[in-house]
Design a protein around this ligand. Structure first.
Ligand SMILES: Nc1ncnc2c1ncn2[C@@H]1O[C@H](COP(=O)(O)OP(=O)(O)OP(=O)(O)O)[C@@H](O)[C@H]1O
Length: 115
């Protein structure tokens, strides 16, 4: 039981660290809250809520994995290494793809509700 509580505690420490140190994650959380409030306001359907929550979780998760990869690479080397660059750039690319697609999904969900 203590092991389970500890693993939750460490996971929350990871969430707090990401939130406190990564500006992009704070921006994503802020946008997610706005979108969730808007979702209540326009009365999204069951399936629209599922898609919206999935989209938010993919964006936040990709940001946090990106942070984790950046920190791990910084731990391994502080020198300029092409593999370090590839590792960080690919992780950043994943964040960019999920962010762009989340905007498209947001527009698809909300456009008809608002206009
Ligand atoms: N050790 C390294 N070797 C080669 N290129 C690196 C290295 N560290 C960083 N880079 C390059 O610099 C870019 C920015 O890296 P950095 O670690 O500053 O992350 P960041 O995108 O600024 O994120 P954050 O501001 O959240 O730390 C990387 O995407 C990569 O192209």
């Amino acid at each position: 039981m203590k092991k389970l509580v500890d693993s939750f505690k460490f996971a929350f420490q990871g969430i707090l660290y990401s939130f406190n140190t990564q500006r992009n994650i704070r921006i994503h959380f802020f946008i997610a809250i706005i979108v969730l409030i808007l979702g209540i306001y326009v009365r999204l359907s069951h399936i629209e809520w599922i898609l919206l929550l999935l989209t938010i979780s993919i964006v936040v998760t990709s940001e946090m994995i990106n942070t984790s990869i950046e920190k791990t690479i910084d731990l391994v080397t502080e020198e300029y290494k092409i593999l370090a660059k590839i590792g960080k750039d690919v992780a950043a690319g994943a964040v960019l793809i999920s962010s762009i697609l989340s905007v498209i999904i947001g527009v698809l969900i909300f456009y008809n509700k608002i206009f």
